[in-house]
Design a protein around this ligand. Structure first.
Ligand SMILES: [Zn+2]
Length: 277
């Protein structure tokens, strides 16, 4: 497990699963220029998972992985060519010494299926004591438009029924030094989590950055961007804010769920992790 300490906050990267996306999922991705982004099977492999944030008496989970399921393996894959599976999050949480009931806040950067997998598998809330916060604009865009049997819809409606849901608008300080900041584009209600402790800062970027190739080529899009031009502006704004600083960033899908700092010339430098626990 990769972990960092940031002042009196600990952040742990928790793996859940893997998505295999066709290169066509990333319009603008030049397969020759970014050959390192493409696996031997010709697809772009992206991990899914979550980040655990502990400090100041709070136990916060950011995103909830893909969940205990598989997609796209039957009949040679779905028509869009995406395959994926998840299920590792409970073991990763246990390794961090945390039980699902310990999570007091679940921050969903957005309501795409690969971020809400463990919210309520099959309609049973997995984090019974967590307030579930999300950007309100995602509900109409991604929940209401989905089918009745859709994983995301079943999950989100389950935590609405238990009274756990709390929609966010604008920037919201969730705890001292822990602020959810609106970062729309990838989805209308996309958020990042901004963490500051003892003068150090980390930003959990969600899908503001989807692949390391976007550092060199910020114009590379994702087929799942709701508003590609707003996504691009939001990505540039965040890159400009963190590049050349000591701010640690953790995008949701970078290889190995590593922690990075972004250099002034936009190279992602891994930040060495400290042992967990
Ligand atoms: Zn995602």
């Amino acid at each position: 497990m990769r972990s960092i300490e940031l002042g009196n906050i600990e952040i742990h990267a928790l793996a859940d699963g893997l998505l295999r996306l066709p290169t066509s999922f990333f319009p603008g991705l030049d397969a020759e220029r970014h050959s390192d982004a493409i696996a031997p099977d010709g697809k772009v492999h992206v991990p899914t998972g979550a980040y655990l944030v502990r400090g100041g008496g709070r136990t916060i989970l950011v995103d909830a992985g893909f969940g205990p399921r598989e997609i796209g393996f039957a009949e040679g894959g779905q028509s869009d060519g995406v395959t994926g599976s998840g299920g590792g999050l409970p073991v990763a949480l246990a390794e961090a010494g945390v039980r699902p009931a310990d999570i007091d806040t679940l921050v969903l950067t957005h309501l795409h299926a690969d971020h809400v997998g463990w919210v309520a598998p099959h309609g049973v809330p997995y984090f019974p004591n967590a307030e579930v916060v999300y950007g309100e604009a995602d509900w109409a865009e991604l929940v209401e438009t989905s089918g009745r049997h859709d994983w995301t819809r079943i999950s989100l409606e389950a935590v609405r029924a238990t009274g756990q849901l709390r929609p966010l608008h604008g920037d919201v300080e969730l705890a001292p030094g822990i602020t959810a900041r609106a970062a729309p584009g990838h989805t209308p209600g996309h958020y990042v989590l901004d963490l500051v402790s003892e003068g150090r800062r980390a930003v959990l970027l969600g899908d503001v950055l989807h692949t390391p190739a976007q550092l060199a080529d910020p114009g590379i899009r994702s087929a799942s961007d709701t508003d590609p031009s707003l996504t691009h502006r939001t990505r540039q704004r965040w890159l400009q804010e963190v590049e050349g600083t000591d701010t640690v960033v953790a995008p949701a899908h970078f290889p190995g769920l590593q922690f990075f700092r972004i250099t002034a010339d936009r190279v992602a430098e891994p930040v060495s992790a400290v042992p967990a626990g």
